[in-house]
Design a protein around this ligand. Structure first.
Ligand SMILES: C[S@@+](CC[C@H](N)C(=O)[O-])C[C@H]1O[C@@H](n2cnc3c(N)ncnc32)[C@H](O)[C@@H]1O
Length: 246
């Protein structure tokens, strides 16, 4: 059944699939790297989390940075309700404000956060390029100078069938234009319009809104740097990114 992004993430059975395990090793790497990159300007104490869902990453982020303020938002009201329950359980509700809002519309403040996170492929569910650019642009605006953005997106390269699917679409990029990376995604019987990035496409989008010092690695590249063999058949081979606001 075809369904829109927001309606998909409002469904109870979709929310129930969101596991609350701690952050992954590559997410921990990005948090460490952000801390190091920002260290010459100070400590990371204010954090904006986009696409927080039921809050999985918030507990680990709060543990890691001991921030004074987190603003966590998601397009889905039901996700935010679940997230607020979890924040109380984890006793971090007093430092965390939650908001149900499309990330494209979070543009009323400037220079307020030292870190922005867009983890676990929220961007996959933003199929229009103008909306993805609006989200990166909002992230840039709300960051303080020298602030850091970290995130993960789905990758066009991974298992053979997916890689081939996008290789063929790339051959016809003169027809598809900025829709080369579009592919239906979803689960639990729902089909949602999705977007998969190429490494260069992601670098270009981040550059376009002003980010510098951009680092993008696929998970197999990340693990290879750590002498670990990544099994593409078992994972999505997502792209992880870190960039700085000059
Ligand atoms: C795969 S879930 C990840 C949730 C959480 N970050 C985690 O790691 O468990 C993606 C989340 O992005 C949210 N999302 C999708 N499009 C969004 C948008 N345009 N603005 C804000 N949130 C969005 C969805 O509602 C969903 O909660």
């Amino acid at each position: 059944m075809k369904i829109k992004n927001k309606d998909f993430w409002e469904k109870d059975d979709v929310i129930a699939t969101q596991r609350l395990k701690k952050i992954a090793d590559f997410e921990h790497y990005m948090l460490e790297k952000a801390k190091k990159l920002y260290s010459s300007s100070g400590a990371i104490t204010t954090i904006k989390i986009f696409g927080c869902g039921s809050g999985r990453e918030i507990e680990s982020i709060a543990d890691f940075y001991k921030p004074t303020r987190i603003v966590a938002s998601d397009i889905s009201e039901n996700m935010i309700a679940k997230c607020s329950e979890n924040l109380k359980l984890w006793k971090i509700d007093s430092i965390t404000e939650t908001l149900a809002i499309n990330a494209t519309e979070y543009n009323k403040i400037s220079n307020s956060f030292e870190l922005v996170t867009i983890l676990n492929s929220m961007m996959t569910y933003v199929p229009e390029r103008k909306d993805r650019i609006a989200i990166y642009s909002n992230s840039f605006q709300i960051l303080k100078p020298k602030g850091i953005i970290v995130g993960t997106v789905h990758n066009q390269e991974g298992v053979f069938a997916k890689t081939m699917y996008f290789k063929v679409r790339n051959l016809f990029s003169f027809i598809f234009g900025d829709k080369v990376g579009n592919r239906t995604t979803g689960f639990n019987g729902f089909e949602v319009p999705g977007y998969y990035y190429s490494k260069n496409g992601l670098i270009n989008d981040l550059k376009e809104v002003g980010f510098k010092n951009i680092e993008v690695n696929s998970l197999d590249e990340f693990y290879a740097k750590n002498n670990i063999v990544y099994d593409r058949k078992k994972g999505y081979n997502n792209l992880i990114f870190i960039a700085t606001k000059p």
